[in-house]
Ligand binder design. Structure first.
Ligand SMILES: Nc1ncnc2c1ncn2[C@@H]1O[C@H](COP(=O)(O)OP(=O)(O)O)[C@@H](O)[C@H]1O
Ligand SMILES: [Mg+2]
Length: 245
């Protein structure tokens, strides 16, 4: 992205000197040691770094699931940590779609019902919510499995239910923790296409935590983390050239 085109975009998310520690005293762990970042609207950002460097902690703070220990945060103009608990839950339900690493599906609901949960919470009538959820599952290659229970599905299929559930209410911020970890290459590419389509609109942002080198080339920005801090690199510097290039 050129400096000129970057300047035309609005900033979706800004962090200044954000820290997070867990525990206290002898067991205190500094998970984030001062994170500064700005994420533009309409972009797909990928977050990479070694295990334990703070990726899940950071995206949990951006999503209002955890609160930072110190530092400034703005997510579409709101710092979720400053909202009272009830308002924060409401803000999160309206603003954020989060794909958890462990999927967190409800075992007694079908694929479509699981994916429909964010709409059901908002009061969308059951049949409408399930129909919309089926549409998202179909885009992810799951049209035939809308009526299946999670236990009848593979890990990759369960992962796509979790992704459909995060997309279903068209959140402004979509956050995915390793969304292609259980997927074969072709399905992973399909999922990334769907996530990209969700990102490439004004007033939207998608953040993907990934170890999957194959999908990094789809990023607009790659944020590299190490030991609780972040380094921003232009995409062209971060991706090794393809073989034979
Ligand atoms: N709930 C928690 N309680 C205590 N320490 C935690 C907790 N969650 C994460 N940590 C620690 O914080 C650091 C960052 O963890 P995490 O954000 O999960 O990293 P990543 O997602 O990059 O693997 C690690 O040292 C981890 O052990
Ligand atoms: Mg993690």
């Amino acid at each position: 992205m050129t400096a000129a085109s970057a300047s035309l975009r609005s900033v979706a998310i800004r962090c200044e000197a954000v820290t997070k520690h867990y525990g206290s005293g002898e067991t205190r762990i500094a998970a984030l040691r001062g994170v500064d970042l700005a994420i533009d609207e309409g972009c797909m950002t990928m977050l990479v770094g070694p295990s334990g460097c703070g990726k899940t902690t950071l995206i949990s703070i951006l999503s209002g699931i955890l609160s930072q220990s110190s530092g400034e945060l703005s997510v579409f103009g709101t710092d979720p940590s400053r909202l009272p608990d009830g308002d924060r839950a409401e803000w999160r339900a309206a603003t954020v779609g989060f794909v958890f690493q462990q999927f967190n599906l409800l075992p007694t609901l079908t694929a479509a019902e699981n994916a429909a949960v964010p709409l059901l919470i908002r009061g969308t009538p059951w049949p409408d919510a399930v129909e919309i959820a089926c549409g998202h599952l179909s885009e992810l290659g799951m049209a035939e499995r809308c009526g299946s229970l999670p236990r009848e599905l593979s890990g990759g299929q369960q992962q796509r239910i979790a992704i459909a559930r995060a997309l279903v209410h068209d959140p402004r911020l979509l956050v995915c923790d390793e969304p292609t970890s259980a997927l074969d290459h072709e399905t992973g590419e399909r999922v990334i296409d769907v996530l990209r389509a969700a990102a490439l609109r004004s007033g939207r942002a998608v953040i993907v935590v990934t170890h999957d080198q194959r999908i990094l080339r789809h990023a607009d920005t790659i944020l590299r983390m190490d030991d609780g801090r972040i380094i921003v690199e232009p995409v062209s510097d971060a991706i090794p050239p393809a073989h034979g290039a």
